[in-house]
Design a protein around this ligand. Structure first.
Ligand SMILES: [Zn+2]
Length: 403
């Protein structure tokens, strides 16, 4: 385990007096054996592996704040002042017979939760001597592998995972009384999915087979959101940032909905001029405004299991999915043949976090395209048409066996 050192005197011998479950984080209550300084320290799991956090015990103030860990540290500090009471249910697949490994997938970000959950599959495979327990919001229990022994389902939304989850610590400690020892998974983020993870098994859907690319009806699916808009305008970008700062998004939302719809329609028209046979679909949370009949609109105001199933089937037959980075593109890109990801500039550091394709050769660059957030509809349609037209030659060359 990662060494926890004293943040007051640099002594490396620290006594862990106990641990508690805050929600996203699992914290160790520490006391320095040299200077008696008492502090809380994150256990090495999830993002805390790369960004460990220490807080002073009496006032819960972060004591190792840096520009790099600010995004993780400040919400944890704030959570001590904003609590949310939760209840938890268990789904037992089999009786736990060995020391279980607990995998905590609680997170405010779907992408983080999804990639933490990949560890459930690798733990089942690599630690057959241990039972696996997964802790996550109840809504995502459908993705947990059946081989997991228990699922601890918390009635909490992703957004509410920002809070200190009241009741969680007591509930988990009560459950832990059943076991002699509980091990903690390090819940690695963004494991090499190609090497270690079967994404088809996690989402319960077979992905697009590139050998079928030229045989299936051409299909493009837009992932549309109402909190991350494609607007392609510097002025609108400024306006949007201003609205976020002053919490006035509700006022400018109709304008952004209209703009997004306008750009989608323009892109469809451009593509149809050259490839009239393409079918268009839209998925996403929020179904404001109606779209042209040429687009099959599968957007919803609330996502349930049936929605996930329908959307996943559509992604698995989509030659391309198109969406703004951060629009929950991970499942669509786990299933579709390829993607166009419109990348906001503030997301450049996070470029790889919202897409997964399984290719190891040139098809990876060919099928997975990142375009700037201010790309025009004609640039996007140029990419789409080019990809569709040049696919046969690129795929054929890539698949040749040397003479
Ligand atoms: Zn000390």
């Amino acid at each position: 385990m990662q060494q926890i050192g004293c943040h007051s005197c640099d002594n490396q011998e620290v006594t862990i007096k106990g641990i508690f479950f805050q929600g996203i984080h699992i914290l160790a209550e520490c006391r320095c054996s040299s200077c008696n300084f008492e502090f809380l320290h994150t256990m090495p799991t999830g993002h805390a592996l790369q960004f460990p956090i220490a807080l002073s015990l009496p006032d819960r103030r972060v004591i190792n704040l840096t520009p790099a860990n600010k995004w993780l540290v400040l919400p944890l500090q704030e959570s001590f002042n904003s609590r949310k009471t939760v209840s938890i249910k268990i789904k037992q697949n089999r009786v736990v017979q060995s020391d279980p490994i607990l995998l905590n997938c609680l997170d405010t970000c779907f992408g983080h939760l999804y990639s933490k959950l990949w560890n459930a599959q690798t733990l089942v495979k690599w630690c057959p001597q241990n039972d696996i327990i997964v802790l996550l919001p109840a809504k995502y229990a459908w993705m947990v592998p059946n081989e997991v022994s228990e699922i601890w389902m918390v009635d909490v939304s992703l957004l509410n995972c920002q809070f200190f989850l009241d009741g969680l610590d007591e509930w988990i400690k009560k459950q832990m009384e059943r076991f002699e020892k509980v091990l903690l998974s390090q819940a690695y983020i963004h494991l090499d999915h190609h090497a270690y993870v079967d994404l088809e098994q996690i989402v319960g859907q077979k992905r697009f087979d590139l050998n079928q690319f030229q045989l299936l009806p051409l299909r493009i699916t837009f992932i549309l959101r109402e909190d991350r808009f494609w607007h392609n305008s510097l002025i609108m970008d400024f306006l949007y940032k201003l609205s976020v700062k002053y919490k006035l998004q509700h006022i400018i939302k109709p304008l952004f909905l209209w703009r997004q719809k306008h750009l989608v329609h323009k892109t469809i028209k451009n593509i149809q001029n050259l490839l009239p046979e393409v079918q268009f679909y839209a998925t996403g949370l929020g179904n404001s405004l109606s779209y042209a009949k040429s687009l099959k609109d599968l957007r919803v105001s609330e996502i349930n299991l049936e929605t996930e199933r329908i959307w996943n089937a559509v992604y698995a037959q989509s030659h391309l999915v198109i969406g703004v980075h951060g629009s929950h593109m991970l499942i669509p890109t786990s299933l579709a043949a390829g993607f166009i990801n419109l990348l906001p500039r503030y997301k450049i550091d996070h470029i790889v976090e919202d897409s997964v394709l399984p290719y190891t050769n040139r098809m990876l660059q060919f099928m997975g395209r990142f375009l700037d957030e201010f790309s025009t509809s004609s640039l996007i349609s140029n990419h789409v048409v080019s990809l569709m037209k040049t696919f046969p030659a690129v795929f054929e060359n890539t698949n040749r066996i040397p003479e």
